[in-house]
Design a protein around this ligand. Structure first.
Ligand SMILES: [Zn+2]
Ligand SMILES: [Zn+2]
Length: 247
């Protein structure tokens, strides 16, 4: 499995990073996890979007779904796919897309919007994907993805939860968020992880690798890395746009 970081900024773009988007490939199969604002221009460098086996949008926040609108228009007018590209996402995201594009304007020969519930399992190319519920401010899907040899978890956005622990147990790679360096007493519950939360999650999951993403600019990434590696004993990396990981 190969994971490319298309965009890694949390909540809004940073000076050197687009918002959340990750491309996962295995042999001829490819899945795009999220399409945050700014990510589409970087995606072309990695893949022809019409060739994606599936797009998974974790939730209806713009830093995760905004560029799906651009990808849709590119597919519709410039590069029609041979078959509609399946887009697995939440009801909330579908409602927002229908508002932005116009429900009757969504061309089902271009994308197939598939409302997906936690607990469901789908196949995309040679990938098998299981969905879990994140603890976030809107319905959010955590994905656990495997091919014949490896398994990874993308935690999306969300606070510590049993579902997040289950989804990340024993993975070869955990792609996890640390929006904050350290949550304060005033930090809202049920929104995001900080560095300590993420390290504890990765350690208890016995994740072989941890890729730290969704850091909200200008949070100190080096400090986040320090805190994580203090208590997590696996291999830790900071996500940067353009980085890739094979596992
Ligand atoms: Zn986010
Ligand atoms: Zn969010």
């Amino acid at each position: 499995m190969r994971l490319d970081i298309v965009g890694s900024a949390g909540s809004y773009p940073s000076p050197d990073s687009a918002c959340s988007s990750y491309l996962l490939r295995s042999g001829a199969s490819s899945v795009l996890l999220d399409a945050g604002n700014g990510s589409q221009s970087r995606l072309y460098r990695l893949i022809e979007p019409a060739n994606l086996n599936a797009i998974i949008i974790s939730h209806g926040h713009v830093d995760h779904f905004a560029d799906l609108i651009g990808i849709y228009h590119y597919l519709k007018y410039a590069s029609p796919p041979k078959a509609p590209v399946p887009v697995f996402t939440t009801e909330d995201t579908r409602t927002k897309l229908e508002f932005l594009l116009g429900a009757s304007n969504i061309d089902e020969t271009v994308i197939a919007l598939i409302v997906t519930e936690p607990g469901s399992i789908i196949t995309a190319g040679s990938f098998s994907v299981s969905f879990y519920a994140a603890r976030h401010s809107v319905p959010t899907l955590i994905t656990r993805i495997s091919d014949s040899s490896s398994v990874m978890c993308y935690g999306a956005d969300g606070d510590v939860s049993e579902e997040l622990s289950k989804a990340s147990a024993g993975v070869d790679l955990l792609l996890g968020e640390s929006t904050w360096v350290e949550r304060t007493k005033d930090s809202a519950q049920g929104l995001h992880l900080d560095a300590r939360n993420l390290a504890a999650l990765a350690q208890s999951a016995a994740a072989a690798r941890l890729v730290i993403t969704h850091v909200a600019y200008p949070a100190d990434k080096a400090r986040i890395f320090e805190i994580v590696t203090d208590s997590y004993s696996g291999a830790a990396f900071l996500a940067e746009d353009g980085a890739s990981f094979s596992f």
